[in-house]
Ligand binder design. Structure first.
Ligand code: CP
Length: 325
């Protein structure tokens, strides 16, 4: 594996989940693999979980780690070709990425969308240029359109916690991605990526997948093929085993926060409609806006378990890349 940007980079997701759980059971078994190898983590945007879990994953594999907060500590980057750099940008991505590739065996990059121009964001121009010019394997730490380390950790969490005896020995879990309110316009990267991984898992007969959202919040078809799409949260919650709560801004009216009917925040009353569902969120979460405190502090919340599994997702990805260096 030279690139980890989406589920399409993973040949066998069931095997990949098992690899991660093997590492979870024995975190230091592959300490020699990363000896004298360096991981560089480049952040254009803030992070808590992705930064710490990916660092820890690399340390567990015996790697050295360097972190660059490019947005705060690096030179302002130019990404367009053929421009005279007589404005505010100081260094071209061609040189910056290539130089980072000189110091690192593997690089990770976080680069959020600007949410102004859909084509620009969905072309992944910045991310693709970084990959092209750095010359070493790259792990996505969240791009404009996807967050694959998060989605992989989410699938690990569902696989690990699913107890089919609750509803019958051969039953698959019903997983619902449920849109939730927010005060800011958020990217579609997490729900796009979650939908893409869940659609793949559904193809593999691992689960059934539904997306519930108000009118106007449909995600791009590129990520949701195979998902059941509904506009009524209560019908989606009926019989659900996992509720993945997440806000996103509109894809159709790109980057906008549209009006929506009341009643989209998950709380204990709505949880009562489910099959005693486990509740997930990628974090950070705004309490009592996206998701009620009673759920976050209650027995059905998986959010901390899920964040913990970010470590094993990252370690499985880095291990696979190290084996191919
Ligand atoms: N879920 C997630 O990616 O968290 P951070 O933005 O804190 O890394």
């Amino acid at each position: 594996m030279k690139l980890f940007t989406s589920v399409h980079d993973v040949p066998n997701i069931k095997q990949f989940v098992n690899d991660a759980l093997t590492l979870k059971a024995n975190p230091y078994a592959k300490q020699d693999l990363g000896k004298n190898k360096t991981l560089g983590l480049v952040f254009m945007n803030p992070s808590l979980r992705t930064r710490l879990s990916t660092q820890k994953a690399a340390l567990n594999l015996g790697m050295n780690v360097m972190v660059m907060n490019m947005d705060k500590e690096g030179w302002a980057l130019e990404t367009q070709d053929g421009v005279v750099m007589n404005g505010s940008t100081v260094e071209h991505i061609r040189e910056a990425a290539a130089v980072m590739g000189q110091y690192c065996d593997i690089l990770g990059l976080r680069s959020f969308p600007k949410l102004n121009n859909r084509d620009e964001d969905y072309n992944e121009d910045f991310f693709n240029k970084f990959v092209k010019y750095c010359g070493v394997p790259v792990v996505s730490l969240e791009s404009a359109t996807r967050h694959p380390l998060q989605s992989f950790a989410d699938l690990i969490t569902i696989h690990e916690t699913w107890n089919p005896l609750r509803v019958g020995a051969n039953a698959k879990p019903k997983v619902v991605l449920a849109w939730a309110p927010h005060v800011k316009a958020l990217p579609q990267a997490v729900p796009n990526s979650f939908a893409e991984w869940m659609c793949k898992a559904q193809q593999e007969n691992m689960l059934d997948f539904t997306i519930a959202q108000p009118e106007g919040y449909e995600l791009s078809d590129d990520f949701t093929t195979g998902a059941k799409i509904v506009y009524d949260l209560e019908s989606a919650l009926n019989g659900a085993d996992y509720i993945y709560v997440k806000n996103w801004s509109s894809y159709k009216e790109y980057g906008k926060v549209l009006t929506y009917p009341d009643g989209w925040m998950m709380n204990n009353e709505k949880l009562g409609l489910t099959n005693d569902a486990k509740v997930m969120h990628c974090l950070p979460v705004r309490r009592d806006l996206e998701l009620s405190s009673e759920i976050l502090d209650g027995p059905n919340s998986l959010v901390i378990h899920e964040a913990g599994n970010r470590l094993w997702a990252a370690q499985a990805v880095l291990k696979t890349m190290l084996e191919k260096l």
